[in-house]
Design a protein around this ligand. Structure first.
Ligand SMILES: *[C@@H]1O[C@H](CO)[C@@H](O)[C@H](O)[C@H]1NC(C)=O
Ligand SMILES: *[C@@H]1O[C@H](CO)[C@@H](O)[C@H](O)[C@H]1NC(C)=O
Ligand SMILES: *[C@@H]1O[C@H](CO)[C@@H](O)[C@H](O)[C@H]1NC(C)=O
Length: 540
């Protein structure tokens, strides 16, 4: 006997001021099976190498936020990372393929990255000293960060023509770096190989034949150096823009079990100076387009390398350091949280936001280290959305986006992320669970049919019985301060989220509401809603 647990959200658009029309939206969340699973450490943010001289569109938004010069002792930084308990941090970015490691037997001088005409991205090679690596690890250990480190995959190669690089990868410096890391007991969770060298590359590319061969070599080094298999890091690659034939080929050429995660980068909002970013972010069709990439990668892995999982190892929305007007504002959360939802549905295990700090798109402000609105969105996601992803059927207004996950950390119940992209219509959401409605699997939910209208008249259900007044759900509503979506302050349930006087992350408190009352989501706002009593068999 199939035990189908469905959650119904009947969303009724209340008549707008200028309209007498009302609209019903139905969301069905299936609680009986998970659609996908994310990693326990899904939320990730990057630290990049860009020096202060990195500029785009006549501005230089990186300041002192490079891996090589960031103030690692800033109290806001540690507190911001710690609050995730834990946050995954990816160390990498465009310049990683020009970084050498100042290991004990490193012959030359360990010099910083500098501006250099003719260099890749206009910069020279640079060096990560082991003293700096020690300091970074001190921060990571103090804050409990899970570390993904992007290795230089151009070392030893030479430029052949038109940005194509050839020759074997010289692994000796990377090997010595991994040895040093092991000798110090630094728990790197995963090593990523190269940055944006796949397909046609960005500044440089490497043929897939060569890349596959080098990946096998790196795997052998990891296997050899981490002979204690319990703590063996994952191997992640290629960290580029998805290119189906190239990605499929990499899996085939490297072979079974070599690659643990196929990583890709996403910048689907366009260039940082694109004047249409705000309209893209509030356009549901535009936001959904990226699903094609996720779907294709999922299929590629299924067909060519089922041993691997999918990661987004870098995504910043707008490329070239982000958008000065949008990336650090509340409006950006509509892009970011929606994309976390889409990525999860397609079985993406890890999603690394560009950046934790640096550029216009930092979760933290580059100068002040104060959290931007997306920081709080990421933190709420991390605390509430568990790794079991539940399938949703959504009909009605495309301006309401909905994602459902099991609750975090094996707590019973379900968490929903509801995003209202509409600028003018307010919806009322009624939550239903049809456990006692005998619906055949795949059975037709008729929009606007008598069934849905019938539901609207009944009491609320979150399990096998009607919920009573005492059953509560938790709501976290994110809205713009003073209605300014391009502002840097986000309100949680009406209160501005700001660091405390001691620089601590403020508590993120929900409002408790009787489960059987409707949910109202304001125009252009985001809500996480947790149903602790919701019976979902997939979530226990
Ligand atoms: C790789 O690099 C190391 C250190 O720079 C060098 O000593 C060695 O000769 C190189 N190996 C090859 C095969 O080029
Ligand atoms: C791993 O290899 C090293 C050196 O070959 C050896 O000293 C060490 O005992 C090995 N560790 C394990 C857990 O096998
Ligand atoms: C979304 O916002 C519009 C107003 O812009 C509102 O009418 C609608 O009810 C909201 N949707 C939900 C689900 O609350």
């Amino acid at each position: 006997m199939g035990f189908h647990l469905l959650l119904f959200l009947v969303l009724c658009a209340l008549p707008g001021i200028f309209s007498k029309e009302s609209e019903d939206v139905t969301v069905i969340v299936r609680g009986s099976a998970t659609l996908a699973k994310t990693d326990d450490h899904f939320v990730c943010a990057t630290l990049d190498w860009w020096p202060p001289e990195k500029c785009n569109y006549d501005q230089c938004p990186w300041g002192q936020s490079s891996i090589l010069n960031l103030d690692l002792t800033h109290p806001f930084l540690a507190k911001a990372i710690q609050a995730f308990n834990p946050l995954r941090v990816r160390v990498g970015g465009s310049l990683q393929d020009q970084v050498v490691y100042g290991v004990p037997n490193f012959g030359g001088q360990c010099l910083p990255i500098e501006k250099m005409a003719g260099g890749l991205f206009g910069f020279s090679k640079g060096c990560l000293s082991m003293a700096r690596w020690d300091e970074l690890n001190l921060l990571f250990q103090k804050t409990g960060a899970i570390v993904t480190f992007g290795l230089n995959a151009l070392n030893g190669r030479h430029h052949i023509r038109n940005g194509v690089w050839g020759g074997d990868w010289n692994s000796s410096n990377a090997r010595a770096f991994i040895e040093y890391t092991i000798s110090k007991g630094y728990p790197v969770d995963s090593w990523e190989f190269g940055n944006e060298l796949s397909g046609r590359g960005v500044a440089a590319s490497v043929s897939v034949e060569q890349y596959g061969k080098d990946l096998v070599q790196l795997k052998a080094i990891i296997d050899e150096l981490y002979n204690d298999s319990r703590s063996k890091p994952q191997l992640v690659a290629p960290g580029g823009f998805f290119n189906q034939p190239w990605y499929a080929h990499l899996l085939q050429l490297s072979g079974s079990g070599v690659l643990n995660a196929m990583s890709h980068h996403i910048y689907n909002l366009g260039a940082g100076n694109d004047p249409h970013i705000t309209s893209k972010i509030t356009d549901p069709q535009y936001l959904s387009r990226v699903a094609d990439t996720f779907r294709s990668l999922q299929l590629t892995i299924k067909n060519h390398g089922p041993w691997a999982s999918a990661w987004v190892s870098e995504a910043g929305g707008a490329y070239n350091s982000g958008s000065r007007l949008v990336s650090s504002t509340f409006l950006n959360s509509f892009w970011y949280l929606d994309q976390l939802g889409i990525a999860s549905k397609y079985n993406t295990k890890v999603y690394c936001r560009q950046t934790l700090i640096g550029g216009n798109y930092g979760l933290l402000d580059t100068k002040t280290f104060v959290p931007n609105p997306d920081y709080y969105g990421a933190l709420l996601w991390n605390r509430l959305m568990g790794n079991g992803v539940l399938s949703i059927d959504l009909s009605g207004s495309p301006y309401l986006r909905a994602y459902a996950h099991c609750r975090r950390r094996k707590q019973a119940g379900v968490s929903l992320l509801l995003i209202n992209l509409s600028k003018s219509t307010e919806f009322t959401v009624t939550v239903r669970n049809d456990i006692n409605v005998n619906l055949a699997e795949g059975g037709g939910i008729q929009r606007d049919g008598p069934f849905v209208h019938g539901l609207k008249k009944t009491v609320s259900w979150v399990g096998r019985r009607a919920s009573d007044e005492s059953e509560m759900r938790e709501e976290y509503h994110l809205t713009a301060k003073d209605g300014n979506h391009l502002g840097r302050t986000v309100l949680l349930n009406g209160t501005p989220l700001e660091l405390t006087e001691d620089g601590d992350i403020p508590p993120l408190n929900p409002v408790s509401i009787a489960s059987n009352s409707p949910i109202t989501i304001a125009p252009l706002s985001i809500a996480f809603v947790v149903f602790p009593k919701f019976e979902a068999r997939a979530c226990v």
